[in-house]
Write a protein that binds this ligand. Structure first.
Ligand SMILES: Cc1cc2nc3c(=O)[nH]c(=O)nc-3n(C[C@H](O)[C@H](O)[C@H](O)COP(=O)(O)OP(=O)(O)OC[C@H]3O[C@@H](n4cnc5c(N)ncnc54)[C@H](O)[C@@H]3O)c2cc1C
Length: 481
């Protein structure tokens, strides 16, 4: 028995990467069926539609999608413009989804609840690779349905599974009960959520770009409504990382965010709390009483609202009947994980990667896009576009193209190496992982040189010269959203 080649390839999620997968499938004459839980494509990107991204259009459009769109008369946006999430949806994802090759293959309002192999549970080994997949979903009318597929590409992102407030990975005591006063991600504090935040005491928790975005937007609100108070808590002492690449960053908008945050801290407009570990939250009338440890000592604070911007984690619940293999810490495929593990380094100099690094023991199933990075916060759309190009080539039987990886990403000027829970090795002027390596040493940076001197393989960053020698181009530096 072999899988019917006429079956569609299931794509879970119509975000930038899921739709790019659909474009590659269509370009290779394969039929996608794209499941999207939202009522429209890009449901997660719409949630942060008010945020301007830090990579310009030139990095945000997939090449197969571009070719399909241009054939239909699409005019590409200015490659140097930094779009908002809303513009990405309006000017790219919606036109892509409306193409006659894609639109009929989109199931909107369809939430995937489980994936299995037809007639086989997870334990049963016999000829799994010869059985089609069965994708369970709930349609927009609430009906439970299933669909057979020859392969499954999970591009469902991580936006729907935000990390909680607690430093231990669990919700802080009382967090769930206080949910009505806690927002996760990047609420539009100067737009549709303004009345919840203006003239209020707000605690922002997190140290990535989402947290910087929220904190800066709150400062903007504070200018208009001066009694707004902003407390910004970092769970670990990582202010250097938070400040980003600054002037060294090839994505100037990303560096500018960090620099603006630094200015606000220096001017005392932001009260920084670090390292800050929330122990419990309790609703007290109209306020929230927060008990925490600040620098290891008990600390209490009363606020009106909390914004939790502590990153995201993959939703693995609907993959329970599949044989997937993930790094136990990062929850990314084991071959990819050491390259993006935030415990090791934040510069994320990720060598180009595709099907070989993304494959799971379950043949025909792959996780791509931001979900493929598991809990690592450094994903960029361009990385996902190269992933799906490779994955779809493999599904189409073009094994050679699947293994030719082409990816060039902008490089950030600042990153850390070594454990980041202590003081990270960061140099605002020195480039990757502590700055350039000594000239006499075969290493990409200080941390790489130190690691090699200690007999290790290196700091984990890609090596430009080695990459060129082996014909592999490196895909540098990403920073968490
Ligand atoms: C604020 C912010 C700024 C960012 N800025 C940049 C940037 O400047 N440059 C850059 O390259 N990257 C940036 N990123 C990172 C990343 O590229 C984006 O998050 C991007 O949207 C990831 O694309 P994706 O397709 O993997 O996932 P998503 O965009 O999250 O799409 C996943 C889709 O799957 C759907 N879905 C989820 N679960 C199910 C289910 N069970 N069934 C059916 N559908 C489901 C969701 O509704 C969603 O539409 C940013 C991220 C954030 C949050």
């Amino acid at each position: 028995m072999t899988i019917d080649a006429g079956l569609p390839v299931a794509v879970i999620g119509a975000g930038p990467v899921g739709l790019a997968a659909a474009a590659h499938l269509v370009s290779r004459g394969l039929r996608p069926v794209v499941f999207e839980r939202g009522d429209a494509v890009g449901a997660s990107v719409r949630d942060w539609g008010h945020v301007r991204v830090f990579s310009p259009w030139r990095y945000n459009v997939d090449e197969a999608a571009r070719a399909l769109l241009q054939r239909a008369g699409w005019r590409a946006p200015d490659p140097d413009h930094l779009p908002t999430g809303g513009e990405i949806v309006r000017d790219y994802l919606e036109p892509l989804a409306a193409l006659p090759d894609i639109a009929p293959n989109l199931l909107l309002g369809a939430r995937v609840t489980a994936v299995t192999r037809q007639g086989l549970d997870k334990v049963t080994s016999g000829s799994r690779g010869e059985r089609p997949f069965s994708v369970r979903y709930v349609d927009r009318g609430g009906e439970e349905r299933k669909l057979s597929a020859r392969a499954v590409i999970d591009a469902s992102g991580t936006w729907t599974s935000p990390n909680p407030l607690g430093v231990d990975g669990l919700p802080a005591i009382g967090e769930t009960a206080a949910a009505g006063r806690i927002a996760y991600g990047i609420p539009d504090v100067t737009g549709n959520a303004r009345t919840d935040y203006g003239r209020k005491r707000i605690l922002v928790v997190g140290s990535g770009h989402s947290a910087i975005n929220v904190a800066l937007a709150l400062l903007e609100l504070q200018e208009a409504e001066p009694t707004t108070q902003v407390f910004w808590a970092l769970r670990r002492n990582r202010i250097e990382k938070l400040l980003g690449g600054g002037l060294n960053d090839q994505l100037p908008a990303r560096g500018a965010l960090g620099l603006a945050a630094k200015r606000a801290i220096d001017q005392g407009r932001l009260e920084m709390l670090a390292p800050f570990a929330v122990e419990s939250v309790a609703v007290r009338g109209d306020s929230l009483a927060v008990d925490a440890l600040l620098g290891g000592s008990p600390f209490s604070l009363e606020v009106d609202r909390i914004v939790v911007a502590t990153g995201f984690r993959p939703d693995l619940s609907f993959l329970r009947e599949l044989r997937i293999e993930l790094d136990p810490a990062v929850e990314a495929p084991p071959a990819l994980s050491p390259l993006i593990d935030p415990n090791l380094h934040s510069c994320g100099t990720v060598p180009p990667h595709g099907i070989d690094e993304l494959a799971h023991p379950e043949p025909g199933f792959v996780i791509v896009g931001s979900k493929s990075y598991g809990r690592a916060p450094t994903f960029l759309m361009a990385t996902g576009y190269e992933q799906v190009r490779s994955v779809v080539a493999e599904i189409a039987g073009d094994h050679k193209a699947a293994r030719e990886v082409h990816l060039v990403l902008p490089e950030t000027g600042v990153c850390s190496a070594g454990p980041i829970s202590g003081t990270a090795t960061v140099s605002a002027s020195g480039g990757c992982c502590g700055g350039p390596a000594p000239a006499e040493v075969d290493a990409c940076c200080v941390a790489d040189a130190e690691a090699k001197a200690e007999g290790q393989a290196g700091c984990g960053c890609g090596d430009q010269s080695a990459a060129q020698q082996t014909g592999r181009r490196r895909a540098p530096a990403e920073v968490e959203p």
